[in-house]
Write a new protein. Structure first.
Length: 181
């Protein structure tokens, strides 16, 4: 049985993964999956990590971080609507996604937004091809975070993902579906 759920249709699945794993353990699970880190300096400055991984590596990553509860699923709907992935007070990480057809075939546009409550700090738009998934996780300003290191939750994404709490959000997986069965 897969560790993640599947939805029929075209669109993007969102899988928030809560885990007691340390940030370094989450980063190690992603690294072992052969991911491609696409984080830019502006994102690292606010503690955000954006990672592309093959869809076939989603289940092994989920199992490796040992979720504290069964993975839930949300289906991103209308592209003009932002979906909050995580929030702490007025600070939030939000996404929206929609499928498009290009000259090269189907793609999914995923837009990520970081808001501190007063203004939008960062927005980034990504284009995912069939077979790719996007992992969003916190960072302590270092990739990968050391396994034996003390977690720094002072960066915005660490606070929003609840890294100092009892049931922190380890990562969020966005899995586009193209003519899913």
């Amino acid at each position: 049985m897969p560790a993640t759920l599947r939805v029929a249709g075209e669109g993007t699945e969102v899988h928030p993964i809560h885990t007691a794993a340390l940030l370094g353990e989450v980063h190690e699970a992603l690294t072992r999956a052969g991911v491609r880190r696409i984080t830019i300096p502006a994102e690292a400055d606010i503690g955000l990590e954006l990672i592309i991984l093959e869809e076939t590596r989603v289940d092994p990553v989920v199992r490796a971080v040992a979720p504290t509860s069964p993975p839930s699923i949300e289906w991103l709907g209308i592209p003009v609507r932002w979906t909050t992935l995580a929030a702490a007070g007025a600070e939030q990480v939000a996404v929206r996604s929609w499928p498009v057809i290009t000259e090269l075939g189907p793609r999914a546009i995923v837009e990520v937004r970081i808001d501190d409550g007063n203004k939008i700090l960062h927005t980034r738009e990504l284009l995912l091809v069939p077979g790719e998934a996007l992992a969003i996780t916190a960072s302590s300003g270092q990739w990968p975070a050391p396994i034996d290191g003390v977690e720094d939750v002072e960066l915005l994404t660490g606070r929003v993902f609840g890294r100092s709490g009892d049931n922190p959000l380890g990562l969020v997986l966005l899995v586009p579906r193209f003519q899913a069965r």
